[in-house]
Every structure is written in C-alpha cells, then in structure tokens.
Design a protein around this ligand. Structure first.
Ligand code: NAD
Ligand code: IPM
Ligand code: MN
Length: 364
C-alpha cells in the first residue's frame, strides 16, 4: 500500500524526536511492505523564522494533499513576544486542528508491567496498574469559542474567552468514548464542572443520553478538581476519561506523568473521515532542546497511532508498540525517567530511536 504523510517537525525537541520516529518508520515500511512518501513542511516558530508566519500556505496545502500529518511540537520563548494569534500555538497548531475538524483527540497512557517504578506514585498505588485513554474534545470549548479578546483600557481593560459547546459537539466525542470503552474495560469517567459551568450541565445531559445506547458500559461523572486528585489516589479505577478541550489538556499532562514522563504520551487528533494529526502530547521542551536527550517515545508511539487510525496498518502499529515496550522493559531509558543518581546510565534520543528501530528489524 502507498501513502502520503506530511511531516511537520516544528520547534525545540520536535526535529530531534521526529528524526527517531522517521527512523522507526523506515523499518516498519520494510518489514510490512508499506510505501510511505514523506513531505516535510515548516510550521510554528521555524515557519515564522523562514516565512514570517506560523502556518504558511504551502504547509496547509501539503497537509491537505496527505493521508495524515505527523507533527512534532511548536512554540518556545523565542516567539512568545509576538501577538497571540501570530504565535506558533495559536497561529499554527490550533488552526490545523480547526481546519481539518480534528475533534477527536485520543491520548493513551499505560504503566507497563514491571515498570511501576517509573511512576512518581507510591508503590502500593502504582503496583495496581494504570491503563487509561483520555478522549478529549479538540475543536470546541473555550479554545475556539467566540468572542475571544480584549477590550477597554487602563484598569478597566478586560480580557475574555468564551466556553461554548453544542449538543452535536458533545454527542460525537461522547460516542467515541463509549466505543473506545467497549473495546477496553467498559468504563467511562466523564469529567466536568457541572456544579459551576453551564457547558458542563449540557455536557452531562448529552453524555447521559449517549450512555443509553451503551448499556454494557458503566458511566460515572466526576468534577475536574476531584478527578485531578482521584487520578493520583486510585488511577487503577479509570479506563476511558472523557473530557472537554481544556480539562483534557490539563488531565493529559497528569496522566502522562503518572506513567513516568511527558515524553511517553502519544496523541492522535482525528476527524470524522479518519484523517488525523499525530503528535506527542508534550511540547517543544525548551529546557532540554538541542541537547539530544529528549525522550522520542511519545513521537514514535504517535507514529504508531498514525499507522493504526489513518493508514489502517494495525500490524505495523503493534510492532512499534512492542518495540517500545521492549526498550522500556530492558531498562533502556532516557534521563528524565531515571533517578538523579542513575542519570549517567541515561540513553540519548538517538540511542532510543536506534534500539526501537533495531527491535523492529529483528522482528519483535
Ligand atoms: P513541555 O511539554 O514542552 O515541557 C514540560 C516539561 O516536560 C519540561 O520539563 C520538558 O523537558 C519535559 N518534556 C516534555 N517532553 C519531553 C520529552 N519528550 N522528553 C523528556 N522530557 C520532556 O511544556 P511547556 O514547557 O509548558 O511548553 C513549552 C512550549 O511547547 C510552549 O511554547 C508550549 O506552548 C508548547 N507546547 C506545544 C505543544 C505542541 O506543539 N503539541 C504541546 C504542548 C506545549
Ligand atoms: C496540547 C498542547 C496544546 C493544547 C497547546 C500547545 C495549544 O498543550 O496539545 O496538549 O493546549 O491543546
Ligand atoms: Mn497540553
């Protein structure tokens, strides 16, 4: 089968981890007889530097012609002085999500057997396991609601964002959460703030309606503040965590860290036609960029999600996931996963990519 993938490596650690994902993809292509053509485009700060805007026309057109987008990360201190809509995040990533209507964001996080010590949780909690999928609504809510902006001046100047959700937007993401739960442990925890927000009251109502079509799936509702702490106290009780845009953003960093690192969490942002953008859930990590020490696993696992959801190559996706599992199980770890005293044993970004690529070549 032949496919076209638009590669948008972006800023900070983006190009570093993307290089390792590409290396791994070369091996799966060979092993599974795939023919993937990659086209690289500038995005984010890199595009601002080269073209004066974060999402150049050529980048958008390239994405439109592709079967999927493999995305690194965008943003960093260098571009934070620009007007908000000209910055990499609001000028490139959010418009891409909106343009392709990538409403469904899946972020799967798992504490692998035997790797409980990677979690910052107490051993009696981490030993009970952790395996969740965060199903996050990605093109609505307070991120995209209008009006948004500033008005007035002096001490009366104010800024405003609008949180809005339609029944349709809630229903389509809720359905995905229930379908996902059906293939897992049949439980959905829907996160909201229905004790305060009108959007959350509607959210609860619609999720209840959708639940009626899934009698085999247990539904619970949880307020966002409680959820942040229940995830620390009893993470093993969660299966599918259904969130609005903002709450999913916050909880996904928490679930990443529960498994050990932001550098482990992959992310798939998909529309109704199966087209998707695949990116690590974390950012450009300016604090470690350029040092060759970033964990490439989130980017590599995002490539696996691309193979699964947009290219429909389940076997190739599973091979990547097994190879990553092998690396972690053998204690092949980047520095942020190790206690300070063991950092001298840390593997580099490139060593991780090589190990995972070799494991695929060896038929893992
Ligand atoms: P961040 O996710 O970039 O970094 C948070 C912490 O996690 C840092 O200590 C970083 O070193 C660590 N980390 C993240 N990824 C890692 C990896 N692969 N390996 C090892 N450690 C890793 O979040 P931030 O510092 O708040 O944001 C930095 C920039 O990235 C900002 O401009 C932000 O807007 C942007 N951002 C972009 C995306 C995206 O493009 N998808 C996502 C999140 C943040
Ligand atoms: C994420 C990121 C983005 C978000 C930012 C960079 C716009 O934090 O993908 O989690 O808030 O969605
Ligand atoms: Mn985020």
């Amino acid at each position: 089968m032949s496919y076209k993938v638009a590669v948008l490596a972006g800023d900070g650690i983006g190009p570093e981890v993307m290089a390792e994902a590409r290396k791994v993809l070369v091996e799966v292509e060979q092993r599974f007889g795939l023919d993937i053509t990659y086209s690289e485009y500038d995005v984010g700060g890199a595009a601002i530097d080269n073209y004066g805007c974060p999402l150049p026309e050529a980048t958008l057109r390239g994405c439109e012609q592709a079967d999927a987008i493999l995305f690194g990360s965008v943003g960093g201190p260098k571009w934070q002085h620009l007007p908000p809509d000209s910055q990499p995040e609001r000028g490139a990533l959010l418009p891409l999500r909106g343009h392709f209507e990538l409403f469904c964001n899946l972020r799967p996080a798992r504490l692998h057997d035997g790797l409980e010590s990677l979690s910052p949780l107490r051993a009696d909690i981490s030993s009970q396991g952790f395996d969740v999928v965060c199903v996050r609504e990605l093109t609505g809510g307070i991120y995209f609601g209008k009006p948004k902006g500033r008005q007035g001046e002096g001490e009366t100047e104010e800024a405003f964002d609008t949180m809005r959700y339609s029944r349709r937007e809630i229903r389509r993401i809720a359905k995905i959460a229930f379908e996902t739960a059906r293939l897992r442990k049949q439980k959905v925890t829907s996160i909201d703030k229905a004790n305060v927000l009108a959007c959350s009251v509607l959210w609860r109502e619609v999720v209840e309606e959708v639940a009626k079509d899934y009698p085999d799936v247990t539904l619970e509702h949880m307020y966002i503040d409680n959820a942040t702490m229940q995830l620390l106290r009893r993470p093993f009780d969660f299966d599918v965590v259904l969130c609005s845009n903002l709450f999913g953003d916050i909880l996904s960093d928490e679930i990443a860290m529960l498994t050990g690192s932001m550098g482990l969490l992959s992310s798939a942002s998909i529309n109704g036609s199966g087209f998707g953008l695949y990116e690590p859930a974390g950012g450009s990590a300016p604090d470690i960029a350029g040092k060759g020490i970033a964990n490439p696993v989130a980017q590599i696992l995002s490539a696996a999600l691309m193979l699964r959801y947009s290219l429909k190559q389940e076997d190739a996706a599973c091979a990547i996931e097994r190879a990553v599992g092998k690396a972690l199980a053998e204690g092949f770890l980047t520095g942020e996963l190790l206690p300070a005293a063991q950092r001298d044993q840390a593997k580099t970004t490139k060593q991780m990519g090589d190990f995972i690529a070799n494991a695929i070549q060896d038929g893992v």
